[in-house]
Ligand binder design. Structure first.
Ligand code: PLP
Length: 393
C-alpha cells in the first residue's frame, strides 16, 4: 500500500473549505475597504459583515446583534470571562471544571491568584461533571460559571442545557466554550440558556485568527478591547473583513453538513474505534461513549508512548494528536485524562483521532492498517509492554 495523507487531527485545526477561501478572496483584492470609511468601498465590506453575522447567528439560532467577531477562540474565552467579571465587580466567585482548555483554565487560575475564588469541578472516570457538585458550589457570590460544551481531547459533551438552567436559577451567568462543539453538534440558543458562548473559525473549516463571542442580549459585559466603536463597542479594532466573511461561509456550510457529521463522520469514527479496539492489543477508549462529539475518539494504548506512536504514524502520512503536551522539554500528561483518573500507564499512550467531513472510509482502513503494527512494535520494545505481550501469547 502506498503512503496516503490522512488528516485525523481536526480538533487541533481544520483545512479551510474551498468555498470559504473563494468567498474570502474578493475582500483581499478589489473589496478591501474599511467598513467604517465614508467612501464607496465601505459599503460592500459592511454588507459582507452583516451577511456573515447572519450566517453565524443562523448556526446558533441566535440574533445577529448577539454575534461579536473576535480574533480567535482564546480571545472569545478571555473576553467572556474577564468581561463579565469586570461588569459585576461585587461578585468574586468563578466556577469552572478541571478539564477546560487552557484558554479558560489558565484565565481562571490567573484570576484565582488575583482576588477571585475559583472552584474547579471534578469529573468522573467518563469525563462527566456531577450536577449535584455544581448545585452545591453555586452561591450568592458566584458571578460566572465557565464550562465547555464539548471537550477537545475526549469529545465528551456536558449537559449544557441542565447546567444553564441550574446556573441561571442561582442568578449567576454562564459562559460556554463551544469551540469544539460548533459545527459538529446542533446548538440552539433559543432553548439552551447560556449567556456567552465562544467559537473559533479554524475548528470549522474557516481560517485561523477569527472567532466569535456570542453575548445574549442584556448580559452584563465590559469589553476587553477598548478603542473604536466597532462591534457596537463590544470589541474594538478594525474588522477583519475577509476572515469574518470566511467564518460566515464556514458556519453556513457547517449548518448544511450537520447531518453528515452526525451520521457519516460518526460512522467512520465508530468503525475506527471498533477496529482498533479489536485489533490493537490492550486499547481502551477514554470518555463517556454515550455523550461524545461524533468526530472524536481518544484511545489509550497501554504501556506505550503517545509521542512515539504519533511520530511513526506521521512517517506513514497520518496526522493525529497525543494526550500529552510537550512543554519545555518535559512531557506533561494530559490534564483532562488525569482529571478522569485514567491510569498513568494509559495516559501516556493516548492518541486522539479527530475526523471531519473530508475523511473517507479508505482513510479509516489506512489508519487501522498502520496503527495496529505500530502499537505492536512499540509494545515489543517497551519493558513493561513486552512482558505483558509475551504473557498474552
Ligand atoms: N477552546 C477549546 C475547547 C479549544 O479546543 C481551543 C483550541 O484548541 C480553544 C479554546 C482555543 O481556540 P483558538 O485556537 O482559536 O484560540
Amino acid at each position: 500500500m502506498t503512503i496516503r495523507a490522512v488528516y485525523a487531527d481536526n480538533n487541533a485545526t481544520t483545512r479551510v473549505a474551498a468555498e470559504v477561501l473563494e468567498a474570502m478572496l474578493p475582500f483581499f483584492k478589489e473589496q478591501f475597504g474599511n467598513p467604517s470609511s465614508m467612501h464607496y468601498l465601505a459599503k460592500p465590506a459592511e454588507q459582507a459583515i452583516t451577511k456573515a453575522r447572519e450566517q453565524v447567528a443562523c448556526l446558533l439560532y441566535a440574533d445577529p446583534s448577539e454575534i461579536v467577531f473576535t480574533s480567535c477562540g482564546t480571545e472569545s474565552d478571555n473576553a467572556a470571562i474577564r468581561g463579565v467579571l469586570s461588569a459585576l465587580p461585587h461578585k468574586k466567585h468563578i466556577i469552572t471544571t478541571r478539564v477546560e482548555h487552557p484558554a479558560v483554565r489558565n484565565v481562571c487560575q490567573y484570576l484565582g491568584k488575583n482576588g477571585y475564588r475559583v472552584t474547579e469541578l471534578s469529573v468522573d472516570k467518563m469525563g462527566q461533571i456531577d450536577l449535584d457538585e455544581l448545585r452545591e458550589t453555586l452561591d450568592d457570590d458566584t458571578a460566572l460559571v465557565s464550562i465547555m460544551w464539548a471537550n477537545n481531547e475526549t469529545g465528551v459533551i456536558f449537559p449544557v442545557r441542565e447546567i444553564a438552567d441550574m446556573v441561571k436559577s442561582r442568578g449567576a451567568l454562564l459562559h460556554c466554550d463551544a469551540v469544539q462543539a460548533a459545527g459538529k453538534l446542533p446548538i440552539d440558543l433559543r432553548v439552551v440558556n447560556v449567556d456567552l458562548l465562544s467559537i473559533s473559525g479554524h475548528k470549522l473549516h474557516a481560517p485561523k485568527g477569527i472567532g466569535v463571542l456570542y453575548i445574549r442580549k442584556g448580559t452584563y459585559f465590559s469589553p476587553l478591547m477598548i478603542g473604536g466603536h466597532q462591534e457596537k463597542g463590544r470589541r474594538a479594532g478594525t474588522e477583519n473583513v475577509p476572515y469574518i466573511v470566511g467564518l460566515g461561509k464556514a458556519c453556513e456550510l457547517a449548518f448544511e453538513h450537520m447531518e453528515e457529521e452526525q451520521t457519516r463522520v460518526k460512522a467512520l469514527r465508530d468503525r475506527l474505534e471498533k477496529e482498533l479496539l479489536e485489533k490493537a492489543l490492550d486499547a481502551s477508549v477514554n470518555g463517556d461513549p454515550a455523550n461524545r462529539l461524533p468526530n472524536t475518539t481518544s484511545i489509550s494504548f497501554k504501556y506505550i508512548e503517545g509521542e512515539a506512536i504519533l511520530l511513526m504514524l506521521s512517517a506513514e502520512g497520518i496526522a493525529a494528536s497525543s494526550g500529552s503536551a510537550c512543554t519545555s522539554g518535559s512531557l506533561e500528561p494530559s490534564h483532562v485524562l488525569r482529571a478522569m483518573g485514567v491510569p498513568f500507564t494509559r495516559v501516556h499512550g493516548s492518541i486522539r483521532f479527530s475526523l471531519s467531513r473530508y475523511n473517507s472510509d479508505e482513510d479509516i482502513t489506512y489508519i487501522v492498517e498502520k496503527m495496529v503494527p505500530t502499537a505492536r512494535r512499540l509494545r515489543e520494545i517497551s519493558p513493561f509492554g513486552r512482558d505483558e505481550l509475551y504473557a498474552a501469547k
